[in-house]
Design a protein around this ligand. Structure first.
Ligand SMILES: [Zn+2]
Length: 260
């Protein structure tokens, strides 16, 4: 199929829309909506089949005075590519796990790639391509002069999102939502704002195919391509499949595959 989101054509047969979704090459599975009626142009996208569970989560939080909004939902391959290339070329700062900005010009290509992967996924390897993974926050828990940074301290006990965190700890799993990056496992940094809807996410995770990712990266205009391809096995192992095992072992509760 020819992707409507990018120039990358993996020559996938038409029925293989599922793999195009997996790699962020299509948004055929995405429902877009405005979160704030004051800004109708500002839309986020989530997986169509996650919408009922997400709306239930939002409604439950609302009862407790927490207004859940999505900071980042669906992201296409192209969008992730832009984030990646901006970091690789130093247009966007790269931070280490201590929050210090790295001198990117002093790093080897492989060191740079590993540093980017701590916070930003490889295009084609982002869970945000699936639409069933979202970064959430509660704007009404921020004071007037506060701006969300998406840093772990904000979601901890004394941070502005503490109330949201304790709500999620109690309620998220009951609706099928898990934290894939619940702690740092030597790959992606801890992300207490990133929720994954297990019934859909586990199907994408199980269908993940390194050969298709390799093909996709190979055809993209991506910085560091050669080093990425040389180290792709390591990248997948350390940064893509290295997530919360509790999520992976969840019974998906979806009868039949939803491919298509
Ligand atoms: Zn995220």
């Amino acid at each position: 199929m020819t992707s409507k989101l990018g120039e990358i054509n993996l020559n996938l047969p038409n029925h293989d829309n599922f793999h195009a979704q997996l790699l962020g090459l299509t948004d055929s599975h995405i429902h877009y909506f405005a979160q704030n009626p004051q800004f109708p142009q500002k839309k986020v996208g989530v997986h169509k089949r996650m919408l009922p569970a997400f709306q239930a989560l939002v409604a439950k939080a609302k009862e407790l005075g927490i207004t859940i909004e999505i900071a980042s939902g669906f992201r296409s391959f192209e969008r992730q590519l832009l984030i990646w290339n901006n970091k690789f070329t130093g247009k966007t700062a790269i931070k280490n796990i201590q929050g210090e900005t790295l001198a990117f010009d002093k790093l080897s290509s492989w060191e740079l790639i590993q540093a980017i992967l701590l916070y930003s996924a490889l295009p084609g390897g982002s869970r945000h391509h699936w639409g069933c993974d979202i970064d959430i926050y509660a704007p009404n828990l921020l004071s007037q002069d506060q701006q969300l940074q998406l840093e772990p301290w904000e979601y901890e006990q004394d941070g502005p999102m503490a109330k949201l965190s304790s709500f999620l700890a109690k309620e998220a799993q009951l609706l099928g939502f898990y934290f894939p990056y619940d702690c740092y496992r030597g790959g992606i940094a801890k992300e207490p704002w990133h929720l994954s809807y297990a019934p859909l996410a586990n199907q994408y995770q199980q269908a993940f195919d390194i050969k298709k990712l390799n093909q996709c990266v190979g055809k993209a205009d991506i910085k560091g391509k050669q080093t990425i391809i040389t180290n792709l096995d390591k990248i997948v192992e350390q940064f893509i499949v290295n997530i919360n095992p509790e999520l992976l072992s969840t019974n998906t509760q979806v009868t039949g595959a939803f491919h298509g």
